[in-house]
Ligand binder design. Structure first.
Ligand SMILES: Cc1cc2nc3c(=O)[nH]c(=O)nc-3n(C[C@H](O)[C@H](O)[C@H](O)COP(=O)(O)O)c2cc1C
Length: 176
């Protein structure tokens, strides 16, 4: 089974997970910048990692737009984000709807990990985006618990990455 981990990262969290996963699987972790879809055709298992930005999995269209070409591959997608991973309504609802308009393809399995958001490292654009998002969501009348949580998360500050959390992904990747 030939496996590759590819990732797209802005602040490094998704790369850290890619390196942990690649180390456990004894394969390579490669920045998506240096990959074209045809480079993936020689692999049996493709693991794609991207950070969540307004629920979009950074760069995942490399996989979703080429799903027909990759239909005989075992594809694993992981996300990193600051939303607690037990908020399944978020991950199994909004995140899936925004990234997989036609539903999750049969050969794709998704894992969600906690990432990193260090306020002092954020670009001005990202900091302003979070400020305006917080303002919009705070203005909602009768906010749902989800909205309240998302407002709170705009101020998250720290590295919540957890090496142990990759175990189910690694186990699944090893399955024949
Ligand atoms: C502008 C902005 C938007 C974000 N949107 C989300 C989001 O929708 N859901 C989430 O869980 N985390 C969100 N995050 C947190 C990032 O997904 C998290 O920091 C992730 O680990 C970044 O991965 P990367 O550094 O590898 O790109 C956001 C962070 C920023 C700066």
């Amino acid at each position: 089974m030939k496996t590759i981990v590819i990732y797209k990262t802005k602040y490094g969290s998704t790369k850290t997970y890619a390196e942990w996963i690649a180390e456990d699987l004894g394969c390579e972790a490669v920045d998506v910048k240096s990959i074209k879809v045809d480079d993936l055709l020689g692999y049996d298992t493709i693991i794609y990692g991207g950070g969540l930005y307004a629920e979009i999995i950074n760069g995942v269209t490399l996989i979703t737009k080429n799903i027909e070409k990759l239909k005989d591959k075992k594809i694993i997608i992981y996300t990193t984000g600051i939303t607690p991973t037990d908020v399944r309504a978020y991950y199994d609802g909004e995140v899936i709807e925004k990234n997989f308009k036609k539903g999750i393809p049969e050969n794709v399995k998704i894992f969600n990990f906690l990432g990193k958001m260090v306020q002092s490292e954020l670009t001005t654009v990202h900091r302003l985006a979070l400020v305006s998002l917080k303002k919009i969501m705070s203005a909602k009348e009768n906010p749902s618990d989800m909205i309240k949580l998302l407002v709170e998360l705009c101020d998250a500050d720290g590295d919540f990455s957890d090496k142990e959390s990759i175990a189910p992904l690694v186990e699944y990747a090893k399955e024949k």
